[in-house]
Design a protein around this ligand. Structure first.
Ligand code: FES
Ligand code: FES
Length: 161
């Protein structure tokens, strides 16, 4: 076991980990931050997306030791300080961007990364960016709508589905 130190959602954590401990396992089992979901463990579904030093990363594709010294943000930090839903989360609720909710943490984290780099994405850009996030329930339409609404764009022209 080797100690790893990183900042997770603004708090410094230092924990012993094995060399092969995945970031998903570290967040969910060591830190009990279970909002980061594991849908495939093979880098395909996007349910495990977190931010590492401001970049969207699939947490199942990195070892915890690789996050040494990093600033990590998980879905648990996406709510407002008073516990109410953050802007993107609220938009998902308002526009029915989720059904079972399994993919939602990864979708929200990917959306946040997209909007940071591209504050007013087109529908095509949102769809393109979400290529690495799989949803088995919604058909994506309302997720795209929610992300565009979260960016402050008028989504009334996007038909309901
Ligand atoms: S669990 Fe990481 S991409 Fe599916
Ligand atoms: S809402 Fe069920 S997988 Fe996306």
């Amino acid at each position: 076991m080797t100690d790893v130190t990183m900042t997770v959602n603004g708090k410094t954590v230092k924990k012993p980990v094995k060399g092969n401990t995945l970031m998903t396992e570290f967040l969910r089992e060591t830190l009990r931050l279970t909002g980061t979901h594991v849908g495939c463990d093979t880098s395909q579904c996007g349910a495990c997306v977190i931010h590492v030093n401001g970049e969207a990363v699939k947490a199942c594709t990195m070892f915890a030791l690789e996050a040494e010294g990093a600033e990590v943000t998980t879905i648990e930090a996406m709510a407002n300080a008073d516990g109410s839903l953050g802007t993107i989360q609220q938009a998902f609720q308002d526009h029915h961007g989720l059904q079972c909710g399994f993919c939602t943490p990864g979708m929200v984290m990917s959306a946040a990364a997209l909007l940071k780099d591209n504050p007013k994405p087109s529908e095509a850009e949102v769809r393109d960016y979400l290529e690495g996030n799989i949803c088995r329930c919604t058909g994506y339409h309302n997720i795209v709508k929610a992300i565009m609404a979260a960016s402050g764009q008028d989504v009334s022209r996007i038909a309901a589905e």
